[in-house]
Structures are given as structure tokens and as C-alpha cells.
Design a protein around this ligand. Structure first.
Ligand code: DAH
Length: 351
């Protein structure tokens, strides 16, 4: 291929790139010179006859490139960009594929709480809330656990040293140890019938291990009306267990003790004993405890201003982490508070 016309064409293209016309007149000069009817590219087009046959095609393409270069530079100048080649490199390439925006995922505890809430909402419970920094009265005394009551030892409490005004009846401030405090708050301000669930975070001064943590979540339930019976409670909790763990789920209620309920029970679900894992998590019994429950103690109703002659009710409280671990096969509770993205990403597809 004869290099002479090709070289001249390259030189011309370098010139086009180097042009920086300022002002409308200069830009018009640029147009006349490179794009006008007597532009400087044309004579080089005629040169194609001096190019040997095998080089004609490449030469023709180069001519086209030169024309396109002149046109696009001119368009830029017209648009006011007047970019040099280096600046042109900084402009965003609007044809490039977009950068994916990583989507977050729901936390397994949030997923579990949403499931629990929606099961109870469908049967008429509404969500109630209370503060995490609570006073001793709502957390303990109103719930029939006065100071010096031995049941206070069941929950190791974080008290808040000072700096906060005292709660009702000059009670101390603390981080709530259970969502049962929301029962007291709701009963104080609402007339029966009351049908609420209270999801939220609670705190206890416990040694952190694979099975327990100093912060965790509970969902509390409370139903107060006339003639509410233990059988009503059992039917509701069986419904819950079957919605959550499958239509064939069996439950059992074992007698237990809580200061705020009488009688009190703990509810287990039948998990099964088929695999080694089943044996391990149920300690060889096949049953798993998932909540505490019972008939609201009349003393609690009276503490919160509800006539215990007229009304009865049941209450329950369940842990969210335990159930999240069952639902999603999580073996260490600490994973749920470390926020390691590799752990959390696994729940991206769970709704
Ligand atoms: N508050 C109890 C706890 O944290 C759980 C509980 C038991 C709540 C029985 C209740 C109940 O409402 O009736 O261990």
C-alpha cells in the first residue's frame, strides 16, 4: 500500500483533533475547511486512485473516519462543548451498561417478626409498641413483680444509673427485659376489649453464647375481654403454631410459673426426632419450647385499672431469635447481631 496519501490523511486527522476554534466565526471557518463544499478532505478522496488495489478498502474507511471526526468535532463545538480529546475522555459514555445497584435484604429476625405479626393480624390483633428504655413500674411492678419479689431474679436487668427522670411512683429506669411492659402500657390507656401484639427488642444481662444474647426480640400478645378462657388461648396458639410451622404441627402446654399469669404455661411444638439434628435441638425429646403464656393474673388487671371481676384475658410472649433459628436453620444466635454481609445476603430471596 502506498503510504503517502495515508500519511497525509493521518496528518490531517491530527490537525482536526488539534483544532480549538473559539467563537462562532472560528467554528464556521472550521466547518468550511473540513466539511464545506471545497473541504480539504476531498482532494485526499481523489487520491484513492494512487492507492494500490489491496489498500483501497482500508483507505476508503480511513477517509470516512476523517469525515466523521470532523463532523463530530464540529457538532461538539456547536453544542458549546469545544472539547479537546482529553476532555472528551471525561464525558460519561451514555451507551455504557449501567452499574448494578446492590439491593439489601431483610434481616432474618425482621422476616420472622413479620411472619408472626401477619399471622396474628389476620385474626384481629393489632400492633402495639412501648419504649425500650422503660421504667421499673411498667416492666416489673405493674406486672405483679414488686421489688424484692423472687421472680425478679428470673431476668437479669440492665438498670440505667442516672440522668433520666424517674418513672411512675418514683421507679428506676431500665432497659426492658421483656415486651410484657407493653401489656401494662396498653391496659393503662385502653378499655377492653384489648387484642394486641407487641413486637420489639429486649435486653438482659446475660453471657453471650451460641444460644443466648444480651439483646434479643420478643413478640408479646394480650387479649382481654369478657369471658375469655384458657381454651380460647389454646385454640389461638394452636392456630399460630400451624400457620407458622405447618398444618400438621402439634403443640403441648406444660404448667409453668410467671408472676403475671395464673395459671401459667409454656408451649412446646412437636419438632420430631428423625434426624440427629432433631435430637440435638430438642435434647432428645422431640419437643421445642417456643413461648410462655397464661391467663392474666387479676392483680395485673387491677394494677392497670381494669376491673378483674368483669374481665379476663390471656397473654403470651415468644422469642423471635429462637424461631428465626428454627425457620432458617441458623445454629448460632450471634450471627444475627454481627451483620456480616455474607450471612445477611443469604436471605435476599426470602420474602
Ligand atoms: N415475659 C416472659 C419472658 O420474657 C414471657 C411471657 C410469659 C410473656 C408468659 C407472657 C406470658 O405474656 O403470659 O420470659
Amino acid at each position: 500500500m502506498s503510504t503517502a496519501p495515508t500519511d497525509r490523511l493521518h496528518t490531517l486527522m491530527d490537525e482536526i483533533r488539534a483544532e480549538k476554534p473559539e467563537g462562532a466565526d472560528a467554528i464556521e471557518q472550521f466547518r468550511i475547511k473540513y466539511l464545506g463544499s471545497k473541504n480539504v478532505i476531498k482532494p485526499l478522496m481523489a487520491e484513492i486512485r494512487n492507492v494500490p488495489n489491496e489498500g483501497k478498502k482500508a483507505y476508503g474507511q480511513l477517509i470516512n473516519e476523517a469525515k466523521q471526526l470532523a463532523q463530530s468535532r464540529y457538532d461538539d463545538f456547536q453544542a458549546g462543548g469545544a472539547d479537546t480529546d482529553e476532555e472528551a475522555g471525561d464525558r460519561p459514555d451514555l451507551t455504557a451498561p449501567g452499574e448494578p445497584m446492590p439491593l439489601g435484604s431483610r434481616h432474618p429476625i425482621a422476616l420472622t417478626m413479620r411472619k408472626i405479626i401477619s399471622i396474628f393480624e389476620r385474626i384481629g390483633f393489632t400492633v402495639a409498641e412501648g419504649p425500650e428504655v422503660e421504667d421499673d413500674w411498667h416492666n416489673f411492678t405493674a406486672m405483679n413483680t414488686p421489688e424484692d419479689h423472687p421472680a425478679r431474679d428470673m431476668q437479669d436487668t440492665y438498670y440505667i444509673a442516672d440522668g433520666l427522670p424517674a418513672g411512675p411512683r418514683n421507679s428506676a429506669m431500665l432497659l426492658r427485659t421483656h415486651t410484657s411492659s407493653v401489656q401494662a402500657r396498653t391496659m393503662e390507656t385502653t378499655k377492653p376489649p384489648i387484642r394486641i401484639i407487641a413486637p420489639g427488642r429486649v435486653y438482659r444481662n446475660e453471657t453471650i453464647s451460641a444460644r443466648s444474647h444480651a439483646q434479643f426480640h420478643q413478640v408479646e400478645g394480650l387479649y382481654i375481654a369478657e369471658k375469655v378462657s384458657f381454651a380460647d388461648m389454646k385454640a389461638t396458639l394452636l392456630h399460630y403454631a400451624r400457620e407458622m410451622y405447618g398444618a400438621k404441627t402439634k403443640i403441648r402446654l406444660r404448667p409453668s410459673y410467671f408472676p403475671f399469669t395464673e395459671p401459667s404455661a409454656e408451649m412446646d411444638i412437636w419438632w420430631g426426632l428423625e434426624t440427629e439434628h432433631d435430637h440435638r435441638i430438642t435434647k432428645g425429646t422431640g419437643w421445642l419450647e417456643i413461648m410462655g403464656c397464661g391467663m392474666v393474673d387479676p392483680a395485673v388487671l387491677e394494677n392497670c385499672g381494669i376491673d378483674s371481676e368483669k374481665y379476663t384475658g390471656y397473654a403470651f410472649g415468644m422469642g423471635a431469635e429462637r424461631q428465626a433459628m428454627l425457620l432458617y436453620n441458623i445454629t448460632d444466635i450471634r450471627l444475627m447481631f454481627e451483620n456480616d454481609a455474607r450471612f445477611l445476603r443469604q436471605f435476599a430471596s426470602v420474602m
